[in-house]
Unconditional design. Structure first.
Lengths: 301, 423
């Protein structure tokens, strides 16, 4: 006798698959935003499962700041090939050269916010009408207010005070010409769910998630990796530590954590006992209390 | 808490909604649940400590944790539903935290639409008030199967058993007008933590479980409909590859009942029949599938079937109708227009519809029909009659929340203007 019961991870999986199929059904030119990070890796696996035995019907789109970890870029290329996906890469560098974006100045210049320019240009270039993203509501307080189907106006802007109510499993993907949607199938997943799913599915992930030796500099409590884009300040010096990354963003604004975790099981133990949120390692979120909300309003991921 | 794989992989999921305002201690209660279950992190706590200090407030303002938008923090109000997550070794929880005042109905209806359970907060000093009735009515209308009535601020009534019993009696009397199968009462103090996670030593007279224990143990296995087999087709999967040349699979999420390979099925609305050849889940072929699984079905015969159609079993058809009676909750400034046309989304089907009649409006505080008032505007609830351009394949909402619900979309702005529950 079977019990008609799904574990929470399976419920989240069935929900995400439903959302992905809804995107394929409601939109003409959807794309999957792919960073090479753990959430987008889970997204690719779910997309594979949603459309088997057919190929998943979304190109993988990566907005490359030029400041990514080389391990992530290598992994991105490998996964696209492995899953037979079409990979579209657009460079923030090109947006800067074309005069459409301006490099930040100051102590911690980051290309994080500049990605928005390149992303919106890419959406326009390919006329994407829906972009699937791996963002989760547990990541950040502005994201907690995000819909599964998140409407963007013709300038790519998010209007958080005027979002469409989202009831049951009925998703309204209607829009005016020139507008588009961001769709977040992992909305209800937590960091722990993502790691458990990676373990359950035995998914490959970039090596920087596991503990390794790396030269880092401690800047205001953030452990920043040695890279050509970081300039040491007076009194700062690089030291070699055993670290790993909890999130994968730009090397200029993503801090490492000291960790001995070299296996998925150890990472999961670490996540379970963590005292900081994963975005606690992200300088881009710390700029102000509403930095994520402000970037999202402008059209960020 | 243990996070061994075995343990974690066996956890189930409870979605609940919290109704009440800041005054009832809702934020404090959620903060307490998150804090005591270790779902608040140090950097989040630091951030709200900083913000509390900046605002010159004395007590740690836990509402800053849930109020994520700049406008919300500035005005000290919650504008929109926020979703929160926490887990205990037994269950994962999704909280739809809905604001108490602004846009109340719209947000609570949204949060309630996916919830298994609602917590209704009552201030022990005030007892059952208008707001309690409103919250309970919406929970009942949206068919949330489980209600927990949390009688909060027991510290301010000296932990009085007789006051608690008075409120239970008051609520029970009121609730006889509702249709909620399972109502539980818990006396607690969110501020001091009594009966939230730990049993209160100050209310030894209360024999029931704590709030968290109740959330962890409430039986939700029978919440989804496992009787009426309903499979709305979402999209058709055709690989167009040499290997799977003839493959034609129907993808969708089961909205009710149980399907097995070999089952005789009827395609609606065509009425054509076939047999299920195979059911694929996320990990391959399944011996059976049930709501709310996302699967791909293949059939023994080539029949015409596409998005918006539905596979059902022969002896148990849904209603197939173009005339729909429904309760509707309205979200737009512009009132419902008799004769107005909208786009309707129901399961995976989209249809144009026209409002044939507005029957009545409900006074959501008294649950009475508002006699003579047929103006259904923003945040109002009422009964309407619709005529759709194509038949809907539906069940009464009280029998199946997935096949009994729809949304109305403005044809010009494309905004979601209403949510409906079929009678």
């Amino acid at each position: 006798m079977s019990s008609y019961h799904l574990t929470h991870l399976s419920q989240l999986e069935h929900e995400a698959i439903f959302v992905m199929r809804e995107v394929a059904a409601q939109f003409e030119r959807p794309a999957l935003l792919f960073s090479g990070g753990k959430d987008s890796i889970v997204m690719v696996r779910l997309a594979q499962k949603a459309f088997r035995p057919a190929k998943y019907p979304f190109p993988l789109v990566h907005v490359d700041t030029g400041h990514n970890f080389p391990e992530t870029i290598a992994f991105r290329d490998w996964l696209a090939q492995e899953t037979g996906g079409r990979l579209i890469v657009r460079q923030v560098e090109d947006s800067i050269k074309a005069g459409r974006a301006q490099e930040e100045t100051g102590l911690n210049p980051s290309r994080n916010a500049l990605q928005t320019v390149t992303l919106l240009d890419t959406i326009e270039e390919f006329k994407f009408d829906a972009c699937l993203g791996g963002a989760r509501r547990d990541e950040e307080k502005a994201r907690a207010k995000e819909r599964f189907f998140s409407h963007r106006d013709e300038f790519g802007q998010w209007d958080p005070k005027n979002q469409r109510p989202e009831l049951w499993n009925l998703f309204n993907g209607r829009k005016q010409p020139g507008e588009h949607f961001r769709v977040f199938p992992l909305s209800n997943w937590t960091e722990m769910d993502v790691w458990q799913y990676i373990a359950r599915e035995n998914l490959a992930i970039p090596s920087i998630y596991f503990a390794h030796q790396r030269e880092i500099v401690n800047r205001n409590g953030m452990l920043l990796a040695r890279s050509p884009y970081i300039t040491l300040l007076d009194g700062e010096q690089y030291e070699t530590k055993q670290v790993r990354y909890r999130t994968v963003g730009d090397s200029t604004c993503t801090g490492a954590v000291e960790s001995p975790a070299t296996t998925l099981a150890e990472i999961i133990q670490e996540v379970a006992s963590a005292h900081q949120t994963e975005r606690g390692t992200r300088a881009d979120d710390k700029r102000s209390e509403s930095s994520m909300e402000d970037r999202k309003k402008a059209g960020y991921f | 808490m243990s996070h061994s794989d075995q343990h974690y992989l066996a956890m189930d999921l409870l979605r609940f909604t919290t109704a009440g305002s800041v005054d009832d201690g809702k934020s404090t209660l959620i903060g307490r649940l998150l804090y005591d279950s270790k779902a608040i992190f140090e950097d989040q706590l630091d951030a709200i400590e900083r913000a509390t200090e900046q605002r010159g407030e004395e007590n740690l303002n836990l509402s800053l944790l849930t109020d994520g938008l700049r406008a919300e923090r500035e005005q000290g109000i919650t504008i929109d539903v926020a979703y929160r997550y926490f887990a205990t070794p037994r269950r994962k929880f999704i909280i739809a935290d809905t604001p108490g005042h602004i846009q109340y109905t719209r947000n609570m209806v949204t949060g309630a639409s996916t919830a298994n359970l609602a917590i209704i907060l009552i201030d022990a000093r005030k007892g059952v008030i208008e707001q309690t009735c409103r919250h309970s009515f919406i929970a009942s209308l949206l068919r949330i199967p489980h209600l927990i009535v949390a009688v909060n601020k027991m510290d301010l009534v000296d932990w009085s058993e007789s006051r608690y019993n008075e409120i239970v009696a008051q609520y029970t009397e009121f609730a006889s007008r509702l249709e909620v199968p399972d109502i539980k009462f818990i006396p607690l103090s969110a501020l001091h933590g009594d009966n939230v996670v730990d049993k209160s030593a100050r209310m030894p007279w209360f024999q029931g479980g704590t709030l968290l224990y109740t959330l962890e143990t409430v039986y939700i296995g029978s919440d989804s409909n496992l009787i009426d087999a309903r499979f709305p087709v979402q999209t058709v999967i055709r690989p167009n590859s040499d290997e799977h040349h003839d493959f034609r699979g129907f993808a969708g999420r089961i909205a009710g009942g149980v399907f097995k390979p070999g089952d005789e099925v009827v395609a609606q609305p065509s009425g054509l029949t076939s047999r299920i050849k195979a059911i694929r889940g996320p990990d391959g072929d399944l011996p059976e599938a049930f709501a709310p699984m996302s699967v791909v079905m293949t059939l023994a015969d080539e029949i015409d079937l596409s998005r918006g159609d539905m596979l059902v079993k022969a002896n148990n058809p849904p209603h197939v109708s173009q005339d729909i009676e429904a309760m509707v909750c309205w979200f737009a400034d512009k009132k419902i227009q008799p004769g107005g046309k909208y786009l309707l989304r129901h399961t995976t089907r989209e249809a144009r519809c026209v409002v044939k009649a507005v029957r009545y409006k409900v006074n959501i505080n008294t649950l009475h029909k508002a006699e003579g008032d047929l103006d259904i505007g923003m945040n109002d609830i009422g009964r309407i009659q619709l005529r759709t351009a194509v038949p809907l394949l539906c069940d009464p909402y009280q029998r199946n929340r997935a096949t009994g619900s729809f949304i109305l979309v403005d044809e010009f702005t494309h905004a979601t203007v209403g949510a409906g529950m079929i009678l």
